[in-house]
Ligand binder design. Structure first.
Ligand code: SF4
Ligand code: SF4
Length: 77
C-alpha cells in the first residue's frame, strides 16, 4: 500500500505558544499527533508527527491551516 509522505519542519512550527496545534485539530482523519519534548513543562516545544500516515487522504487541510508553512504532504509515487 502506498502512503502520503507527511513531514513537519519543527524549526518553522510555532506551537505551542503561537499555534494551538491547528494542523492536528484540522485533520479530519486524525493522522497527526504531537509530543512534548520536555514532558514536565506545560509550554514545552513539541514535535508534530504523522502517527497514522496510511490514513491520510491528501486533503491538504493541515498544509492550508499552517501559517508558517511547516507541514508538507507529498503524494505517493
Ligand atoms: S499548524 Fe503548523 S505551526 Fe501549528 S502546530 Fe501544526 S505545524 Fe506547528
Ligand atoms: S493531508 Fe488531510 S488527511 Fe492528510 S494529514 Fe493533512 S489534514 Fe490529515
Amino acid at each position: 500500500m502506498k502512503k502520503y509522505k507527511i513531514t513537519a519542519d519543527m524549526e518553522k512550527c510555532m506551537a505551542p505558544k503561537k499555534c494551538d496545534l491547528k494542523c492536528i485539530k484540522t485533520c479530519p482523519l486524525k493522522v497527526l499527533a504531537y509530543y512534548p519534548i520536555e514532558t514536565l513543562r506545560e509550554d514545552s516545544p513539541v514535535v508534530i508527527m504523522a502517527t497514522f500516515p496510511f490514513s491520510c487522504n491528501g486533503c491538504m487541510l493541515c498544509v492550508e491551516v499552517c501559517e508558517p508553512k511547516a507541514i508538507s504532504v507529498q503524494a505517493p509515487k
